[in-house]
Design a protein around this ligand. Structure first.
Ligand SMILES: [Zn+2]
Ligand SMILES: [Zn+2]
Length: 329
């Protein structure tokens, strides 16, 4: 009996991985492919993306982390996309410290969107365990913000909305909803966690086009591009954010650097079959076929080799992503 239970516990990550892949593909075929663009989205005259948390900065007074938080400024709104890692459970968190350093007032932010429930996007491990989020390790009143979460996440003290399909979240801005895939690298069926729903944002910038903002990119870049193409049927102007290409190194490691976490977990493949350079080159070549004018890859879940490959491939269209440096469109 005990042996049987131990066996199931050992096999469970594999069962949930393979079962999750099938479920994810079914979801994509039966739902995502039927999704259409919500009505009355509108456009914004401009888009400014200010990385508040990421891996690299040129300004030593700003904190960096293997996490993501970007401030998205449009003509009408200020949206906080993800909330960083806060790996040491601090208050004020690196995110709050950077906000204060960069002169960002929380009161000016009217919406929060969380890409997916991983440590590096929701303010730490204790939040991942509870499938919730926080800006810092103390109470902060967020009751005046519109909050958009992927399925499965919650914050009982706040009025939040779980996003199940593409919806308008601000003028000119949609959430793609959780894209499911078992392909590539991926999809968001991860070992050993199983299905991990992740939403990306799309901003329609007047006279420029569509800019896609991605958190970790577990959905697989190919599926994100496919869905945005299906929804808008218009050219894609830019892609900014994390795409999970840790080929030669991870930014998060355990056991004194011996276990490179992102290389082996969170890729959508089994741990002994990590992402290869060929995988990344195939994704680059697919993205090139969309002819984007702006590509900016987060270093929080991609290694320097992958960043170099993107730089080489996109040349003057590639923009390096630094905390504190606004990307203006
Ligand atoms: Zn991430
Ligand atoms: Zn993730």
């Amino acid at each position: 009996m005990i042996k049987g239970m131990l066996g199931i516990a050992f096999l469970w990550p594999f069962i949930s991985f393979y079962w999750g892949r099938q479920k994810a593909d079914r979801f994509w075929e039966e739902r995502c492919k039927e999704w259409s663009l919500p009505k009355g989205i509108g456009t914004t005259k401009y888009l400014k993306v200010l990385p508040l948390i990421d891996w690299y900065t040129k300004d030593k007074s700003l904190a960096t982390e293997p996490g993501v938080s970007y401030l998205i400024k449009t003509e009408k709104d200020m949206i906080l996309f993800d909330l960083g890692y806060n790996v040491h459970n601090e208050h004020p968190s690196p995110l709050l410290r950077n906000m204060s350093r960069l002169g960002i007032n929380l009161d000016d932010i009217n919406a929060i969107a969380i890409s997916h429930p991983h440590v590096d996007h929701i303010g730490g491990m204790k939040n991942q365990v509870k499938k919730t989020f926080s800006l810092t390790n103390d109470y902060i009143d967020l009751s005046d913000k519109a909050i958009f979460l992927p399925p499965g996440m919650s914050r009982p003290d706040l009025n939040t909305m779980q996003v199940y399909r593409p919806i308008k979240i601000a003028k000119g801005v949609i959430s793609t909803g959780p894209i499911y895939s078992s392909q590539f690298l991926i999809g968001n069926t991860l070992f050993p966690m199983g299905i991990t729903p992740e939403q990306a944002l799309v901003v329609d910038v007047k006279d420029k086009g569509l800019v896609i903002l991605v958190g970790c990119g577990h959905q697989g870049l190919d599926r994100i591009l496919q869905l945005v193409d299906q929804l808008y049927k218009r050219p894609i102007y830019g892609v900014i954010g994390g795409l999970h290409f840790p080929v030669t190194k991870s930014r998060i490691s355990k056991l004194g650097g011996k276990f490179q976490v992102q290389q082996y977990l969170g890729t959508g493949k089994l741990p002994w079959d990590p992402i290869t350079k060929e995988d990344v080159m195939a994704q680059i070549s697919n993205l090139k076929s969309y002819n984007p004018s702006l590509v900016s890859l987060s270093a929080h879940d991609s290694c320097d080799w992958s960043i170099g490959a993107f730089k080489d491939a996109f040349g003057p269209c590639y923009k390096e992503l630094f905390v504190g440096e606004e990307i203006q469109i």
